[in-house]
Design a protein around this ligand. Structure first.
Ligand code: UT7
Length: 330
């Protein structure tokens, strides 16, 4: 990224999680697992699950309203809506279009980003370019998921990991020296099979067979993603921090993708950033894919851990396999 663009930063954040909570003990009554296994292997204790009649755009709406309120602007002021999700309400129209309508952001261009857990960071980078160039003025970027709808509740290797939630940020021009300083995005399609929903697309349209074979659920090679994640987070963080003209000791707070505490601990070690500077809330939400970073970001902004002048690092990885790290001055 070059800095010829005008500076763009976050002027408001919000989040929303459905009220129903599913604990590890609840899961131990559903599949062959235990609270002890889930806690020690992942750090997760509970997650929020949407009711049957609640879709991703409903969660997105809750987070968007709270982000607009914190930014002190109305939906009519937004000219760009981006939703990052792998669990859209339907194939099309995009979830951003449904959110635009529900929110009343009638002036806004709206589209989705489908890059798994990395989607929110990609959305931020896209906004940095589109607002930075002067083409747009105020954008809403939302990461929203109802992963419970694509979870195989008979597969203990995945069903203990995921949860439902949404997080949002309002982006706008900010004063010189602030906002997005640098980012590093990437993808390695050689690992495309490691994390996917095989059925329902043009490769394998929905059929009685695809349903019987459970092909519409999320599948994952956990250990492969784990190894990739630590390397991708570390390397892209090094690149983004150096592009920003900073060193790791300048980073005040890290918002990592909330997939596994062991991944976060390994990344902290590789980057030599104290573990305490990594925001962690996956104990209460599990892995919420594209929602995980804006959800944790909103929590850290609201409880005062993120303050003006702080250097904030957002770092994620996910389906693709993709990665994305972004450095901001708050
Ligand atoms: O958001 C991006 C996508 N996701 C991720 O980032 C996830 C990345 N990967 C991970 O976090 C970890 O790989 C997992 C948490 C998914 C799995 O942890 P692991 O330490 O890699 O475990 P494993 O898959 O190597 O399985 C170890 C053992 C196996 O048993 P055996 O073969 O050693 O007898 C599994 O069958 O743990 C067993 N196992 C379970 N046992 C109890 C797998 N899932 C469970 C479970 N409860 N829920």
């Amino acid at each position: 990224m070059t800095r010829e663009l005008r500076p763009v930063g976050i002027i408001g954040t919000g989040s929303y999680a459905p009220p129903r909570v599913l604990t590890n003990f609840d899961l131990a009554r559903m599949v062959d697992t235990s609270d002890e296994w889930i806690r020690t292997r992942t750090g997760i204790q509970e997650r929020h699950i949407a009711e049957a009649d609640v879709a991703t755009s409903d969660l997105a709406l809750g987070s968007a309203r709270s982000a607009l309120e914190s930014a002190g602007i109305s939906a009519a002021d937004i000219d760009l809506v981006i939703v990052a999700t792998i669990t859209p309400d339907m194939f099309f129209p995009c979830t951003a279009s449904l959110l635009q309508q529900a929110l009343g952001a009638h002036r806004a261009t709206a589209f989705d980003i489908l890059v798994g857990c990395t989607g929110f960071v990609y959305g931020m980078a896209v906004c940095g370019a589109l607002i930075g160039s002067g083409a747009y003025q105020r954008a809403l970027v939302v990461g929203a998921e109802t992963l419970s709808k694509v979870t195989d509740w008979e597969d203990r290797s995945t069903c203990v990991l995921f949860g439902d939630a949404a997080g949002a940020a309002v982006l706008a021009p900010v004063s010189e020296g602030g906002g997005i300083l640098a980012y590093s995005l990437g993808n390695d399609g050689t690992h495309a099979d490691a994390l996917k929903i095989p059925g329902g697309g043009s490769r394998m349209p929905a059929s009685e067979q695809s349903v019987a074979d459970r092909c519409h659920y999320l599948t994952m090679n956990g250990p492969e993603v784990f190894k990739f994640a630590v390397r991708a987070m570390a390397e892209s963080s090094e690149e983004a921090v150096s592009q920003a003209g900073l060193t790791m000791s300048d980073i005040d707070i890290v918002i990592p993708h909330q997939a596994n505490l062991r991944i976060i601990a390994a990344a902290a070690k590789r980057l030599s950033i104290p573990y305490e500077r990594f925001v962690r809330n996956l104990d209460r939400y599990g892995n919420t894919s594209a929602a995980s970073i804006p959800l944790a970001l909103d929590e850290a902004v609201r409880d005062g851990r993120i303050r003006p002048g702080h250097h904030v690092l957002l770092s994620s990885f996910g389906a693709g396999l993709s990665w994305g790290t972004l450095v901001l001055r708050w």
